[in-house]
Design a protein around this ligand. Sequence first.
Ligand SMILES: [Ca+2]
Length: 392
Amino acid sequence: MNKSIRIILYILLLVVFISGMTYFYQYLTGLEFQPHPENPNIPSRTSTNNGNDTQSGKQAPQQETVAENLRVPWEIVFLPNGNILVTERPGAIVQISNDLTKRYEIANVEHIGEGGLLGMALHPDFDNNQWIYIYKTTLENGRLRNQVERYIFKDGFTDRFLILDDIPADANHNGGRIEFGPDGKLYVTTGDAGNGDLAQNTSSLAGKILRINDDGSIPNDNPFSNEVWSYGHRNPQGLAWDGNGRLWATEHGRSGFASGYDELNLIERGNNYGWPIIQGNETRQGMTTPVQHSGASNTWAPAGLTYHDNRLYFGGLRGTSIYVAHLNEQGGLITIAQHPKHDIGRIRAVKHGPDGYIYLTTSNTDGRGEPKQNDDKIFKYALENFIAADSY
Ligand SMILES: [Ca+2]
């Protein structure tokens, strides 16, 4: 073989090898390879139309950008006055109203890998007590931990109260979704913090869905006399209750080169969801197989989950799509449809808003995406975007 051709071949092989190793390393460690895009811009509201379309009789838009220039947004909540709050993983909460955006810093947040300021929930009686709950990663005496805190939110976040401490944390697999259930209890998803064995240990808070009272105490009808409600989870990041009051959760399956086997689970008290022992359609005595999974070769990397009118909507990070699971009247799963037509990148939070729209946050500045201009953003979409294409 000609020498120069051989040299070119060697160089090509080297490039392929280095790219492969970089990719492999990124998914092994979760470290952020791309330089973190420091966005100097303040967040901005892009829409003056805060969900009053139907009341005003105007033609409702099919999709709309609600806010932009956010820094790794993770969760959205809607305040009774129509404002939106969004957590930013580096450690802030942004308030978005018709005429302002304001950023509040939250102290002692450790933004590392997938950790940082993650979930947020309003107390069911927020109108009277102004209580807001958050889930964050923190560093204490050199140890990473996740915790749930409660604040009073009026003009700012005050009266910090520690609700739940000492949830195992790691750069990856921190769970982080918190939601109040129809029973008034706070449900908390936690990741296995990179140690699958902890998910099977019902006395560890890692790899679980937890259930606590609004002051952090343990409800007396929990199955293991601690905070644990269900176990055997790897990295659940979405929680929603359907019209029959049943709890659903999304969960990240295996990662790395193989990936796939992301899960949609129906969560029941005390059940074991199998990680790290079973995955996909595998079954084992005493373990619960997912209602649906993404298959061995398809990756959703599912995050936020929301329910409306017999449909569960969830976002995909690596899937860069909205997935819609259509349930029948009995709550059984009919289909899961993928909606890839909105080319907005990675999707983290998904919420059915009080104005009837599906809200979502992008997650393109999280170090694993390709930020577009003015990312990250909050978008809202009319339900028709998803329902029309439900059958494909
Ligand atoms: Ca499972």
